[in-house]
Each structure stands twice: as structure tokens, then as C-alpha cells.
Design a protein around this ligand. Sequence first.
Ligand code: ADP
Ligand code: MG
Length: 260
Amino acid sequence: MSSVLEIKNLTIDYNGIKAIENLNLDFKRGKFYTILGPNGAGKSTLLKAISKNIDIMKGSIFIEAINIKDLKIKNLAKKISMVPQETSIDFDLMGEEIVLMGRIPHLKRLEKEGSNDLSIVREAMKKTNTLHLRNRSVTKMSGGEKQRIIVARALAQEAGIMLLDEPVSQLDLHNQIEIMNIIRNLVNKEGLTAICVLHDINLAVNYSDEILIMKSGSLISMGKPVDIIRQDIIEETYGISVKIIDNPITNKPFIIHVNI
Ligand code: ADP
Ligand code: MG
């Protein structure tokens, strides 16, 4: 199976302090990857490096075998979309206007969006259950509605890889599940490759094809949830005591914290 994204010997530091150290990763098309790991593990730094929001010190990143250093931001944005941890939109923009921003990489300079762009935007809003927010100001949206609009914007970008940095951390359970279902559907039906940072291990198990665990800028483990969510790995990574049981409904591992 061919790689859509390859990370080779990646090292990144902030003023001499290493955030990522000699990281090697390989992502395949059409899978849902979740990155887990404690605060400060380097998860956001990795996503920022892939989306060229940060300088690489050493190593390289290849998207569809093209080194991202050779890709202009606009061309990179046709291959990678990003749902950030927090999106602060201070302007009084309407839902549809925000989703339309996803089409910018596809427009020429000063070119106005055409009917094709508008139909892609409409489709993205349909898939994210946001059509009713078309003419609602972002300042009048709930956290869950705003996050779905941001996912719609990323979707309108028509990039094959979507990076999501803690997309559900601020949301209630209902909205968490709604966002996760939307992303999982895109992976299943449209061959999207999703790379998603989460904190909830049970949520990660339920939605991911593969889980990566990072700590101190390095990869601890990567593989199928059933192989990765093991007592020894989780206790070592987070410094907590846990029990892993078989979830009788999903037959997947289920983590229980025991030092309460
Ligand atoms: P995570 O997303 O896994 O919580 P980050 O990638 O945000 O981790 O951070 C990794 C490490 O890099 C941490 O030690 C953090 O303090 C440091 N770091 C992150 N961003 C900056 C920055 N802009 N300047 C200096 N250090 C940073
Ligand atoms: Mg982070």
C-alpha cells in the first residue's frame, strides 16, 4: 500500500529545546490515525510541521512522495487541511463565508469563487450538518456548531489528508460523537486520511484504524488499537494505574483508571 505521508528523521526544537526527536512515521491512504500522548509530547508540533506552520530543523516530510519544502503553501493546502485546536474568528462572518475560505487555495489571485466552488461548499456543509448555519454569524454559534463549520471549511479544501488537533476537547459528548462520526464517514466513503490528536483513549479505540502514542518528542508505539492499548504501554506513557478490559459491545480494549 502506498504512503500518502512520510516523516523521515524529523527533529524540531524551540530555541535549543527538542520538541520532536528523530521521528520516523509512515501513513497510508484512507485510514483514521489517532495520536495520543501526554501534554508536551510534541503532537501539535508534529501537525504544525506537516502543515508547514513551523520550521523543520532536521529531516524531511513527504506528501505523496513530494518533499513539502518544494511545495508552495497554496499547493500544500490542496493536499492537507487542518482543523486546529482552537479557532478564534473574531470577525462577524457567516457560516457559509467561513466554509468558502476553504476554497481559497483553489482560486487564482483575486479570482472570485464560481458556481463549482459554491456547490463544493454546499456539499461540505451538508456532510457536516451545517447547512442551517449558512447565514448565522460565527459569534452566534455554539462550540459544537463552530467546530462543525471548521470541519466543513477543511472539507471544502478537498485535500486528501485532514489534520485535526484535539478537535473534540472542548465539546460535550453528543458533539464529540457527531464530529467523530463525520470524520469516520469521510475516511470510509471518500478515502480521506485523517490524522487526529485526541486525549480520550476509549474514543480513540472506537474510531481509529491505527493509534500512535508519543511521549517526549518520540514515538512510543504505533499500530492497531488492540495491539497498542495495553496496560504496560499506557501506564508507562501516562504514569497512572489502569486496567484494560474487553468492551463487551465492541470487542475492543476499554481502559479503566484505577488510582482514583
Ligand atoms: P503537545 O501538543 O503534545 O501537548 P507540543 O507540540 O505543543 O505538545 O509541545 C511540545 C514541546 O514543545 C513542549 O515541551 C512545549 O513546551 C514546547 N513548545 C511548544 N510550542 C512552543 C513554542 N512556541 N515555543 C517554545 N516551546 C514550545
Ligand atoms: Mg497540543
